[in-house]
Design a protein around this ligand. Structure first.
Ligand SMILES: [Zn+2]
Length: 448
């Protein structure tokens, strides 16, 4: 059944203040406005406003300020009260792959069988809804199927966040995005069919891979410039792709305004990605002072993905022994290096690497706000952590970033109503039942 697009899409009923009037005759006297006020308004960037308020017109925020200072044109509006208002959250690193189905794990080859993508897509619909209801109005997906489902979200068929997806991860043959225990023709076939990884070797293939992803609708590009942890047979300390290949990928992506995110764990892979000019370093586990200096000079963003690392450190059931050894080695190292990055002032945006479609697991979709707690443990204040998950986050998309992540005039009306002050207690965000209201593009999707 199609979700109505130009009317409310309430998940649990919408208050009348969200009903869109068609005859917007007399400024604030019409129903085309939604007016909200709160005890505390967290703008995303800058200091919180006590007794703040805002007015939404259509999909945008038209006014933000102190309730008592509201312009007279809004005098007739009925301001709905919630305890705390803040911008919708961003998760800058997710995967909607339907992983975890049945007994399937991330390396389950059944996910490559014909028909598996349809099943994964169907399961992903509920994961997208859960993510939105947890307060995440935007996600950057760095390989997965949500990018293919995005037109359905945009056009009102599916309830979910705004999705900015790379669709796939570019990898060398034998690299992080290869499946080492399958015939290479099967891996190529999966990539060509829209699977989660795409092998490319040499400058020509790298250029073609970027162009192919742009053709499919990728809104950013992901490249693996080092080995990985969950990939069975490669070493995260190895670098992958040559300088010429990485530069070709970044330059080709930039021709269509796309930013490049680099999966980069080992120092050599991080440095190579930085030389090529990527916009963000994902994981960045071996970050040190030299890396931090270069990132600061270039303005490169670190997306540390602590949620997946700490979750796998605590629970790595089902993973083979070589993968478990990598987890045990790298997670403590990253913990220390994330602290260093915060201390040295590297630009940080938050992403979780959430991927599990099973409910009730640490890495299930919808637990994304846990990343805030790790950012605070690494040294950010709660206000800075929220900024890294709101105002700073769209910067991972560079010039194509939407005006989002802030409660500011002219910005997208992606807004949360929260039951209490997350600056004092982050469980007001990590427990999604405390996220009582979610507006996306001015429409109310959750009201409880
Ligand atoms: Zn990832």
């Amino acid at each position: 059944m199609r979700v109505p697009h130009n009317s409310d899409v309430p998940v649990r009923g919408a208050p009348s203040s969200t009903v869109r009037g068609t005859a917007a005759l007399n400024e604030a006297a019409t129903s085309s406005y939604t007016a909200l006020r709160s005890d505390l308004l967290i703008p995303g960037r800058g200091q919180p406003i006590e007794h703040g308020a805002l007015v939404i017109k259509d999909a945008k925020i038209e006014w933000v300020g102190e309730f008592t200072g509201r312009p007279s044109k809004y005098g007739n509006l009925d301001f709905k009260h919630v305890p705390v208002l803040m911008p919708g959250l961003w998760d800058c690193h997710v995967h909607f792959g339907g992983w975890g189905l049945g007994s399937g794990t991330i390396g389950d080859h059944r996910t490559l069988l014909p028909g598996a993508q349809a099943l994964a897509g169907a399961v992903t619909v509920d994961d997208l809804r859960r993510t939105l209801e947890a307060g995440f109005t935007s996600v950057r997906e760095l390989s997965g199927y949500a990018g293919y489902l995005w037109p359905g979200i945009r056009d009102g068929y599916i309830v979910g966040p705004n999705v900015y997806s790379s669709l796939t991860a570019l990898s060398i043959t034998g690299g992080h995005g290869d499946v080492h225990d399958l015939p290479i023709c099967a891996v190529h076939g999966f990539g060509e069919a829209g699977g989660n990884y795409q092998l490319c070797d040499g400058v020509d293939e790298c250029l073609k891979a970027v162009r192919t992803m742009v053709r499919r609708g990728a809104r950013c590009i992901k490249v693996c410039s080092s080995g990985g942890v969950l990939s069975l047979d490669d070493d995260p300390e190895d670098r992958q792709f040559s300088d010429a290949e990485l530069t070709a990928i970044v330059e080709e992506a930039s021709r269509s305004g796309r930013c490049v995110a680099a999966h980069a764990i080992g120092k050599a892979g991080i440095l190579a990605a930085l030389r090529a000019g990527v916009t963000s370093i994902e994981h960045g586990c071996y970050l040190d002072e030299e890396v931090a200096d270069i990132m600061k000079q270039k303005g490169t963003i670190l997306v540390a993905t602590r949620h997946i690392q700490e979750s796998l450190f605590l629970d790595h059931r089902g993973f083979p022994e070589p993968v478990v050894e990598k987890i045990k080695k790298i997670v403590p190292l990253t913990r220390a290096n994330y602290n260093l990055a915060v201390k040295l002032g590297v630009k940080i945006a938050l992403g979780t690497d959430s991927w599990n479609s099973k409910s009730g697991e640490r890495l299930s979709h919808g637990n994304n706000a846990m990343e805030l707690t790790y950012a605070v443990k690494a040294g950010l204040s709660p206000l800075e952590a929220i900024e890294a998950m709101t105002a700073t986050a769209p910067d991972v998309l560079g010039g194509k970033a939407p005006k989002s992540g802030q409660l500011k005039e002219g910005y997208d009306a992606d807004i949360l109503g929260v039951a209490g002050n997350p600056l004092q207690d982050l469980s007001y965000l990590t427990d999604s039942t405390n996220v009582t209201h979610v507006w996306k593009g001015g429409k109310l999707y959750k009201s409880s």
